[in-house]
Ligand binder design. Structure first.
Ligand code: SF4
Length: 73
């Protein structure tokens, strides 16, 4: 089972906060970040942490059933 990461490139401003929090999950590519892998091990709370600190709320984390679990309310 895995979680799924998505970054809305039209919202990302390239702050680098996600890559700074979890460099093995997120990478900066020119002006935008992207997930290193779309699918990650589930229960990796760093993905939720990154989604929570993204200033543009550009990161979406989904669980194995496709439910949106991050950013948390
Ligand atoms: S924290 Fe958000 S705005 Fe900053 S690089 Fe990552 S996805 Fe883009």
């Amino acid at each position: 089972m895995s979680w799924q990461l998505h970054i809305a490139s039209d919202r990302c401003i390239g702050s680098g906060m996600c890559a700074g929090t979890a460099p093995d999950l997120f990478a900066l590519d020119d002006d935008h970040a992207h997930p290193v892998n779309e699918h990650i091990a589930e229960n990796d709370d760093r993905a939720l942490e990154a989604a929570g600190i993204c200033p543009m709320l550009a990161i979406t984390v989904r669980d194995a059933d496709g439910r949106e679990i991050g950013p948390r309310e």
